[in-house]
Design a protein around this ligand. Structure first.
Ligand code: MSP
Length: 636
């Protein structure tokens, strides 16, 4: 195993205040960093804020601030939150830092000199919210962003391009040769499919706004600023001094880039290609986690249901919240936050399994042995339990470095299961009555040892609580003890067990008031998408007759139709069916139209409805009534 650990979170956009999603990534990274340090690895943990781009410029304007003022304000909020959470980052980078900007310009220059950057003109669809370009083939209804669903804008401007297409094969080779370069493996296949589909060169500069890193002076082209993702991804090396003071570059390559699934493509395709162009080694692992919802619903500012991590941590305890986030959801899958689920974890895993165990040991050691426990006979009476415990502990590290933290915790809890069961099975109180004091002592020492090992292994997840456990058991959580009691499977010889207040008082009811939200009550599991008849009737479906049809110039997909719906004037409908129908095929045909859809513009043309069609691998067919119906006839 490598003796260093370089782990990063994404740098967070400063157009939004921190929420549970940000806290999740940061807490995972913090946990791995703490584990690595406890393990004695030379560790560097990076987080920070992503402050350039059109989105930030627009948000600042809306607030009547300069982008820099706005970025300063929100970046501070992130930093303050992480500091209040005692996140153990080694550097908090801001993309407005002078060293970062210099490093990015240096990288641009190198890529340019290598011939990987050239000047051209970009025309295409851009989603400002995702700060990403999309080919028309990927847009929803020819217009909307396939990732966030928001309207895209057409951008036509002079642009510098990065030769991404040149790296397609090299990227595919990398995915093939490095088994675990993308975690979890299921996500890797999605990336491979995307790259196999073909890579276009990437537009990496913009001229239509200012809030970005200027090109290097040597290019003498001041109207361009860099594409925010190029600027942002480079933070992972500029934070180590790339292009300025390269002292920390010894940490490169990153061992883990932690990212949400929505930004995996930027990290697993663009970033390695940029690195190849710079001649730098590629990251060891890019690990993508899933998304959090709240009470089964997507979080959004407009719904007012965004989970504020600070409020939750203040109410339920930071360590408990950390445990919940890591234990509740398998890494890579989506998770749901609810107070109920959090309370269940606290009451069952933490209070019952861990807290009660400690209380029982404190109680029995005091009652029977004046708090002094000797471990001399543990192996004699409990060889089987010790062996099982050791074998579970020896398997844990792999889960940590595979990012399977839920599994790490699930397995760790098995040793608590061994301890709880041992107390019930060997009943020290009966042994005391029978005069078998050394057996009772051995069982209590077994449990104390299991608790000590648990505290060491759980420390990265619950730093404060485990210090209290260690204090009660009279030992230190430190690298030396980790080596002894975890890596070398030693047992603590003697304990002086101290009383401490219960660590996890049971929680009876939600501690935070739920805001009444005007959402329809949950009727069925979300996946099934069950709707009521009332929901269905919100959609007005009507039969219409196509009276005119023509191609939309320059569009591969769109046809412009005029459809008679029995109204005063026919509707103009822009439909993405050109690959399957020619205009002549359609004139006179009847189709089924969503008549109350909000009008939208597709390639600058107003579309006043949507035509229903079914598509499978054999092509697309419009839905048509079996016999002719009057235009405007409702479909029910
Ligand atoms: N600035 C870019 C990242 C650049 S990294 C070189 C960005 N920032 S972000 O603030 O929009 O998102 C940061 C992270 O938060 C992403 O990894 C994203 O997946 C994560 N999350 C945002 N909402 C989330 C949930 N609801 N749940 C879990 N994580 C989510 O993207």
């Amino acid at each position: 195993m490598s003796s260093k650990m370089y782990i990063t979170t994404p740098i967070y956009y400063v157009n939004d205040v921190p929420h549970i999603g940000h806290a999740y990534t940061t807490i995972i990274a913090d946990t791995v960093a703490r584990y690595a340090r406890l393990r004695g690895m030379d560790t560097f943990f990076l987080t920070g804020t992503d402050e350039h781009g059109q989105k930030i410029e627009q948000s600042a304007k809306a607030k009547g601030k300069t982008p820099q003022e706005y970025a300063d304000e929100i970046s501070r909020k992130f930093k303050e939150l992480w500091d209040s959470f005692e996140i153990s980052y080694d550097k908090f980078i801001r993309t407005t830092d002078k060293e970062h900007i210099e490093g990015v310009q240096k990288a641009f220059e190198i890529m340019y000199e290598r011939g990987d950057i050239y000047k051209g003109t970009y025309e295409g669809h851009y989603c400002i919210s995702c700060e990403a370009f999309f080919p028309e083939s990927q847009l929803v209804d020819g217009e909307f962003c396939p990732d966030c669903g928001k309207e895209t804008v057409i951008v036509k401007e002079e642009s510098y391009f990065f030769r991404l297409s040149k790296y397609q094969e090299k990227l595919l080779d990398w995915y093939k040769s490095e088994e675990e370069c993308i975690l979890p493996k299921s996500k890797k296949n999605e990336v491979i499919k995307f790259v196999e589909g073909g890579l276009n060169d990437l537009s990496i500069t913009r001229t239509s706004f200012d809030w970005g890193v200027k090109l290097p002076k040597s290019l003498n082209d001041p109207k361009h600023v860099m594409y925010v993702w190029l600027d942002a991804l480079l933070n992972y090396i500029t934070a180590l001094g790339y292009g300025t003071d390269e002292k920390l570059m010894r940490y490169w390559p990153a061992d883990f880039h932690l990212v949400g699934k929505d930004i995996l493509r930027f990290h697993a395709v663009y970033w390695p290609a940029f690195l190849m162009s710079l001649g730098l080694p590629l990251p060891k692992h890019i690990a993508a986690h899933g998304w959090w919802t709240r009470d089964g619903e997507k979080m959004s500012k407009s719904k007012g249901n965004v989970v504020d991590p600070k409020i939750v941590a203040d109410a339920y305890g930071l360590d408990n919240f950390r445990y919940f986030l890591l234990r509740e959801v398998p890494f890579g899958q989506d998770g749901d936050f609810s107070q109920r689920a959090l309370i269940d974890r606290i009451n069952s895993d933490l209070s019952n399994d861990l807290g009660n165990l400690l209380n029982r040991i404190i109680g029995m050691s005091g009652k029977y042995f004046d708090h002094k426990i000797s471990g001399t006979n543990v192996r004699k009476y409990h060889a089987r339990e010790i062996k099982k415990t050791e074998s579970i502990i020896n398997g844990l590290e792999e889960y940590m470095f595979d990012m399977r933290l839920h599994k790490y915790l699930e397995e760790l809890w098995k040793i608590l299961g061994i301890a709880n069961k041992s107390i019930d099975t060997y009943a020290p109180w009966s042994k005391m009555k029978e005069g078998k004091e050394d057996e009772a002592m051995a069982t209590i020492a077994l449990v104390a040892n299991i608790l000590a090992k648990t505290a060491l292994m759980l420390h990265p997840v619950m730093p404060k609580t485990t210090l209290k456990i260690a204090q009660a058991l009279g030992f230190e959580i430190e690298n030396k003890n980790f080596e002894k009691f975890i890596l070398q499977n030693e047992l603590l010889p003697d304990f002086t067990i101290k009383s401490i207040p219960p660590l996890f008082p049971k929680i009876e009811k939600p501690l935070l008031e739920e805001k009444k939200r005007e959402t329809t009550p949950k009727k069925a599991p979300k996946e099934e998408g069950i709707i009521t008849i009332d929901d269905f009737f919100k959609v007005s479906l009507k039969i219409g007759t196509v009276i005119e049809a023509e191609e939309v110039p320059k569009s591969k997909k769109l046809l412009k139709l005029r459809v008679d719906l029995g109204e005063e004037r026919p509707r103009q409908i822009i439909a993405g069916i050109k690959e399957f129908y020619s205009p002549e095929d359609l004139i006179g045909k009847q189709v089924c139209v969503v008549a109350n859809l909000k009008p939208a513009k597709l390639m600058g043309l107003l579309s006043e409805g949507m035509i229903l069609a079914a598509r499978d691998e054999n092509g697309l067919s419009l839905l048509m009534p079996e016999t002719t119906k009057k235009p405007g006839t409702p479909v029910k």
